[in-house]
Design a protein around this ligand. Structure first.
Ligand code: SF4
Length: 360
């Protein structure tokens, strides 16, 4: 089982954010969240991977963060070698929290977005240069087994060179994984952004080449890693692995249904998750489409691991049918593997839409 813990609290709301998170929560509210987790989280399946995300898990005070990390370790007892990731924001880290994380997790994911203060200000990201430098120093000194940084590109007026500087600094600081997201205009976000998918599509091939030169492979549409540093949790989930979402707003997949926990207040009252009732065929198509975001795509062996998977020949037929609607150079089709090319990954949304349409 892959466990995802959602910590729905942040210091402030970033202008571009559409994630479920509550800004400036009181310490008492966070304590109520931890109290309920302690009362109700009794997992039945062993952990294959664990991911603590948000929100900002490191917004919790050091004693609160320790409660959360200890709870996870006591209840799941993850064996050595289990990937345990935690998201962190620079402005919420200090030496005590970094030391706590280093004792309990194997992979830290730092939300940097940009090393350029003007860019951070323009996107409503409240983080000073001093806080960022301090966080990089603390994480570098702690020497985590794996370190991701989130970076944003395709901002209006941003040149490829400005983004390359961000990536270079992240790599020099010690990151072995970079998540590079084009900033998109999200419906629920406070900041109004111009849609510029063309700029993202223009920049990505250059970014992919640049990252290859630095020894990072583009293993998913937005993710680059040194060999062996890919995020196992995300890879498992993209391939339809079982997911237990823990905490308000967290999602899960039990092999048949997807479900979503209620938001904080109803979650604290113990209300049940919402179940997503879609047909088994549609579910398989959705899983099939999602893992096409990865460079490796599907092999027959991987597909057989999907709960209730249909025949490989059926998957090949669906992929060929979708490919017929688009440029053939977007697709890699062989008996052994079904995948998108680097160019095809740029148009994943369109291909996924076509594949999902086959299941309805
Ligand atoms: S982007 Fe991250 S830090 Fe900013 S409000 Fe959203 S969840 Fe919180």
């Amino acid at each position: 089982m892959n466990y995802y813990f959602h910590v729905p609290f942040c210091r402030s709301k970033c202008g571009y954010c559409a994630f479920y998170s509550l800004p400036e929560p009181s310490p008492e509210l966070i304590d109520s969240y931890l109290d309920r987790l302690e009362r109700t989280f009794f997992p039945e399946a062993p952990a294959e991977t664990i991911y603590i995300g948000g929100g900002t898990p490191t917004f919790l005070s050091a004693p609160q963060l320790e409660r959360l990390l200890k709870l996870i370790h006591e209840r799941l007892a993850p064996p050595a070698g289990t990937e345990i990731s935690c998201e962190a924001n620079p402005e919420t880290l200090d030496r005590e929290k970094v030391a706590l994380l280093r004792r309990h997790i194997t992979r830290i994911s730092l939300g940097v977005q940009s090393f350029h203060p003007i860019v951070r200000r323009n996107i409503g990201r409240k983080c000073s240069d001093e806080a960022l430098d301090r966080a990089l120093e603390l994480i570098g000194d702690a020497d985590f087994p794996h370190w991701n940084m989130d970076l944003i590109f395709a901002l209006p007026g941003q040149t490829p060179e400005a983004f390359f500087t961000d990536a270079q600094w992240a790599i020099e600081a010690g990151a072995d994984h970079l998540s590079c997201y084009a900033l998109t205009a999200e419906e629920n976000a406070a900041l109004e952004l111009p849609e510029d998918d063309d700029l993202a599509a223009e920049m990505m091939p250059g970014i992919a080449r640049f990252m290859e030169e630095q020894g990072f492979s583009r293993y998913e549409v937005s993710n680059f890693a040194r060999p062996g540093a890919e995020c196992r949790h995300n890879c498992n989930v993209w391939r339809g692995g079982l997911l237990a979402g823990v905490g308000p707003g967290a999602c899960g997949f039990d092999g048949t249904d997807r479900w979503r926990n209620p938001l904080l207040e109803p979650w604290l009252r113990g209300e049940a998750p919402e179940r997503d009732a879609i047909s088994p065929a549609a579910r398989l198509n959705e899983i099939f489409a999602v893992n096409l975001r990865t460079a490796a795509g599907w092999t027959e062996a991987l597909w057989r691991q999907v709960p209730k998977a249909d025949a490989w020949s059926a998957r090949r037929a669906i992929f060929r049918a979708a490919a017929a609607s688009f440029d053939p150079s977007w697709f890699r089709i062989s008996d052994e593997r079904l995948a998108l090319t680097g160019k095809g990954m740029m148009f994943w949304n369109s291909v996924a839409g076509e594949i999902i349409a086959h299941g309805t």
